[in-house]
Write a protein that binds this ligand. Structure first.
Ligand code: CAA
Length: 380
């Protein structure tokens, strides 16, 4: 067994780091403060092949593997977690299910422009009364000839303010719970589709989180992804992949917090010497670097498992659970090492600390990851 990136992955990592530092980092603080969705970032990322990293070139993507995808999300999130999640949602939660479950016509119409970054996608599962209990969703899809009529509301939709297409989960019969749910590709300009305002949040502030409403919104049957009633399994399998992206995001956030803490500890002097010479700080740094490495390896393991085409629900949930909790600890310690300065807007660590928090919540809370892990262990 060799844990080593191949040449193609190393080149990708270098070029994405350069792009992240040159184009993304300079605007990270400003978009965090303004909450303005960085549409031009997404367009540029698309031109570099980062909107559909693991989508085959035939369908407009970069044709790389899932480890490469993790390298991209980590490198972007290292400088700007908001930009990281925008890409992660487009790649994992929209491109990937179309690739897995879509027919050629759907791939042509939706996947090709999504993977090229020409249009932006969002994933509309969560509702006011259906968060962790996704099967309890109440949005309805009523068949009318060769169309479906969608009604209902979605909340906390990342990319929702700017998306061009939404992958929407709605039920032909909510009493059937998960067995009634179907998935639909809904262009965001269809009559009856509307969105709420920008949701101001603790972190990842410019990721376009909003509500979506569907009021007698008609979509043709050909926009249904997969079979009728298959929507819940499509959502779950999609989230398995999405959780790998969020794990990579958490590693990226933790990595930047660690690097800045290491730098600061070398410069900051107290009691006549750099604080890095005190064992208390050294122990913090040792724990941080060890935990980041462990999290990255779990993430790569899950990515590798996804590429084997076997079920990887367990590996993805373990990676997401561990890395999101690790990112809390690492960003907290980085802030502590910075002392009072770390609590100010002058330094980036307060942003990393805020951004890390969401990784324990979206794409399934830590508590849900534990349920998923326990179910997989007990099933095995
Ligand atoms: N892959 C394939 N099939 C799966 C699956 C998976 N990972 N997980 C469940 N299933 C199947 C089951 O096998 C079962 O199939 P049968 O009907 O054939 O038996 C069916 O789905 C129902 O499974 P459960 O009985 O386990 O379903 P449940 O209602 O108990 O829910 C849950 C399970 C794990 C709690 C699920 O509801 C869940 O993951 N909740 C969290 C939702 C979530 O992550 N939301 C995130 C929103 S998106 C987001 O956050 C995006 C963003 O902004 C960035």
């Amino acid at each position: 067994m060799r844990i080593q990136l191949n040449e193609e992955q190393r080149l990708l990592q270098d070029s994405v780091r350069r792009f992240a530092e040159g184009e993304v980092a300079p605007r990270a603080k400003a978009i965090d403060e303004s909450g303005e969705f960085p549409r031009d970032f997404f367009r540029l990322a698309g031109e570099l092949g980062l909107a559909g990293v693991a989508v085959p070139e035939r369908w407009g993507g970069a044709g790389m593997d899932t480890v490469s995808y993790c390298l991209v999300i980590e490198a972007i999130s290292r400088v700007c977690a908001t930009s990281g999640v925008i890409l992660s949602v487009n790649n994992s939660l929209v491109c990937d299910p179309i690739l897995q479950f879509g027919n050629d016509a759907q791939k042509e119409e939706f996947l090709m422009p999504l993977a090229a970054g020409k249009i932006l996608g969002c994933f509309a599962l969560t509702e006011p009364g259906a968060g962790s209990d996704a099967a309890a969703l109440r949005a309805t899809a009523t068949r009318d000839g060769d169309e479906y009529v969608l009604n209902g509301n979605k909340v906390f939709i990342t990319n929702g303010t700017d998306a061009d297409v939404a992958l929407v989960f709605a039920s032909v019969d909510p009493e059937k719970r998960h067995k009634g749910i179907s998935a639909f590709l809904v262009p965001c300009d269809v009559p009856g589709f509307s969105r709420g305002g920008h949701e101001y949040k603790l972190g990842v502030n410019a990721s376009g989180t909003t509500e979506l409403a569907f009021s007698d919104c008609r979509v043709p049957e050909r926009f249904r992804l997969g079979e009728e009633g298959e929507g819940f399994k499509i959502a779950m399998r999609t989230l398995d992949g999405g959780r790998i992206g969020i794990a990579a995001q958490a590693v990226g956030i933790a990595q930047s917090a660690f690097e800045e803490a290491l730098h600061y500890a070398g410069e900051r002097e107290q009691f006549g010497k750099p604080i890095a010479s005190f064992q208390a700080i050294q122990f913090y740094l040792a724990d941080m670097s060890t935990e980041i490495d462990a999290g990255r390896l779990l993430t790569w393991k899950a990515a590798w498992a996804k590429d084997t085409k076997k079920r990887y629900t367990l590996e993805a949930a373990q990676a997401k659970l561990f890395t999101s909790e690790m990112a809390q600890k690492v960003t907290n310690k980085a802030l502590q090492i910075h002392g009072g300065y770390g609590y100010t807007k002058e330094y980036n660590v307060e942003r990393y600390f805020r951004d890390a928090r969401i990784t324990e919540i979206y794409e399934g809370t830590s508590e849900i990851q534990k349920l998923v892990i326990a179910a997989a262990i007990l099933d095995a």
